[in-house]
Design a protein around this ligand. Structure first.
Ligand SMILES: [Mg+2]
Length: 206
C-alpha cells in the first residue's frame, strides 16, 4: 500500500503569517488596525480598511492586487515569519510516514514565496503545494478549491487541517477535517472537531 495523504492549510495553520499581513495593511494604508479586527474577516477586508481610512473608494479588487504584488510575492515581507509553534518537528516526523500537502488560498503567483518558506523552515517536508487560484496566460483566473483538489487525489486520505471554519466545513464528506484553533476563536466548536497545537496532530498520527 502506498503512503497515505495529509492536507494542511498554509496561513495561520503552518505559518504564523497574520501579524505580517496586518503590518502590510497598516503600512500600506497608514492605519492602526488591530489583529482581532481582521481574524477570519479576509472576505470583508476592504470594509475594515474603509472604516479606518474613511476612504470608501477602496475596493476588494484593489486591495487584493496590492496584497498579491507587494505581500504574497515579497520574500522581504516573509523573512521574519515563523512556523506555528511545534509545527516543524511534527511536520518533519509526519513526512516520514505520509505524503504531505499544503493547500492555500494564496494565488499561484506567490508560489516561490510559499516554497521558500517550506524549504527554509520545514526542510521541504511538504511535498505538494496547491494554490486555489491561478491566472492562466490568457488572463483568466482558474479556481480549484481545496475541496476539489482533495477530491482529485487518489489513495487513502487521512485528514485535513485548516484555521478557517469555512474550509473545514467545505471538506465534509471528502476527508476527516479539523479546525486549527490555537487562540480559541471558535469556542462553539466541539473539541473533537478541532486541534489547538501541532503536538496534538503529532499525537493523532505519529
Ligand atoms: Mg489559514
Amino acid at each position: 500500500m502506498g503512503k497515505e495523504h495529509l492536507f494542511f492549510d498554509f496561513d495561520g495553520m503552518t505559518f504564523d503569517t497574520l501579524p505580517s499581513t496586518l503590518l502590510f495593511i497598516n503600512q500600506t494604508y497608514n492605519t492602526d488596525i488591530k489583529l482581532n479586527e481582521i481574524v477570519n474577516r479576509g472576505s470583508e477586508i476592504e470594509l475594515i480598511i474603509q472604516k479606518h481610512t474613511g476612504d470608501l473608494s477602496i475596493t476588494k479588487r484593489q486591495f487584493y492586487k496590492l496584497y498579491n504584488e507587494n505581500y504574497l510575492m515579497s520574500l522581504e515581507r516573509h523573512k521574519d515569519i515563523q512556523p506555528m509553534k511545534n509545527a516543524p518537528q511534527v511536520i518533519r516526523a509526519l513526512r516520514e510516514k505520509y505524503i504531505l500537502h499544503t493547500l492555500t488560498a494564496r494565488q499561484f503567483t506567490g508560489f516561490d514565496v510559499i516554497k521558500y518558506m517550506i524549504d527554509t523552515h520545514l526542510g521541504g517536508a511538504m511535498q505538494h503545494i496547491h494554490c486555489v487560484s491561478r491566472v492562466d496566460p490568457d488572463g483568466k483566473t482558474k479556481i480549484v478549491t481545496k475541496r476539489e483538489y482533495v477530491d482529485s487525489i487518489d489513495g487513502y486520505k487521512i485528514a485535513f487541517f485548516d484555521d478557517s471554519l469555512h474550509e473545514v466545513n467545505d471538506m465534509r464528506g471528502a476527508v476527516p477535517s479539523f479546525l486549527f484553533d490555537p487562540h480559541n476563536y471558535h469556542p462553539e466548536i466541539d473539541p473533537k472537531r478541532k486541534t489547538i497545537d501541532w503536538t496534538q496532530i503529532g499525537d493523532m498520527y505519529l
